[in-house]
Design a protein around this ligand. Structure first.
Ligand SMILES: C[S@@+](CC[C@H](N)C(=O)[O-])C[C@H]1O[C@@H](n2cnc3c(N)ncnc32)[C@H](O)[C@@H]1O
Length: 223
């Protein structure tokens, strides 16, 4: 019998791929559609909700994973035309044998594929320039990382509190809050009451927004 791989590709209802981590039985995105979820939570309610007057948007992502949020942000910025500095933290980088197989580009255009491959292939701990978009990948455990810099927008895309409660604690969310600029926006697909209360304790003003397909709500928090 073939041994089950730890990370496997799974098809979502919209046809786009996502991944499952079989060790913790946790999906990287919603089974209703990885792209619709990322577009709704992170682009529409995050990127498009930050102060329009900012010439540069400094983004922090928790969990680089498949790179979907990064490439969708890069794509959106072809319209926004801002300077984007995208810092992303990942403890368990995927191999390119997996990321090269993701079918995202059947859905949002082949010309973006070389950028996506470069995003995965580029060095960690360096600013890598893609025109107006600068990617800085940090290979580290968020629990141990000391965050430098200042951020206008946070994509909080950790695995769920059920599977990784340690990433949704006061300590970790406070560590994220501190380097955020006043007015910074944090978005997450998670809508748990306990997470809302923790974000409030940390100092954010929290709002519940309509969720992506298949989810009633999501959270947006403002510093
Ligand atoms: C829900 S997935 C989302 C990833 C990504 N944003 C995407 O669209 O594919 C969560 C990610 O967090 C990473 N992760 C889990 N624990 C972590 C930790 N302690 N520190 C940093 N990254 C972690 C996982 O490896 C995974 O890539």
């Amino acid at each position: 019998m073939m041994e089950k791989q730890i990370i496997e590709i799974v098809k979502t209802k919209e046809g786009t791929d996502t991944l499952i981590n079989n060790r913790i039985n946790e999906l990287y995105h919603s089974l209703h559609g990885s792209m619709q979820e990322s577009m709704h939570v992170f682009i529409k309610n995050g990127l498009n909700a930050v102060n329009k007057n900012l010439p540069e948007i400094k983004i922090l992502e928790m969990g680089f994973g498949t790179g979907l949020n990064a490439i969708l942000t890069f794509r959106e910025n072809q319209v926004l035309q801002k300077h984007i500095h995208y810092t992303t933290v990942e403890a368990f980088p995927l191999t390119n044998t997996i990321t090269d197989k993701l079918n995202y580009f059947e859905f949002f255009g082949k010309p973006l594929q070389p950028f996506f491959q470069r995003m995965h292939g580029c060095n960690w701990f360096e600013n890598v320039v893609f025109g107006d978009f600068v990617l800085h990948k940090i290979h580290a455990d968020m629990l141990e990382l000391q965050l430098d810099g200042s951020f206008d927008l946070v994509y909080y895309d950790a695995f769920s509190p059920t599977h990784q409660p340690e990433l949704w604690t006061f300590e970790v969310l406070h560590k994220i809050y501190q380097p955020c600029n006043k007015g910074a926006v944090l978005v997450t697909y998670c809508a748990k009451g306990e997470v809302k209360r923790t974000l409030e304790k940390v100092g954010f003003k929290v709002e519940a927004l309509e969720g992506p397909k298949g989810k009633r709500e999501m959270i947006r928090a403002i510093k």
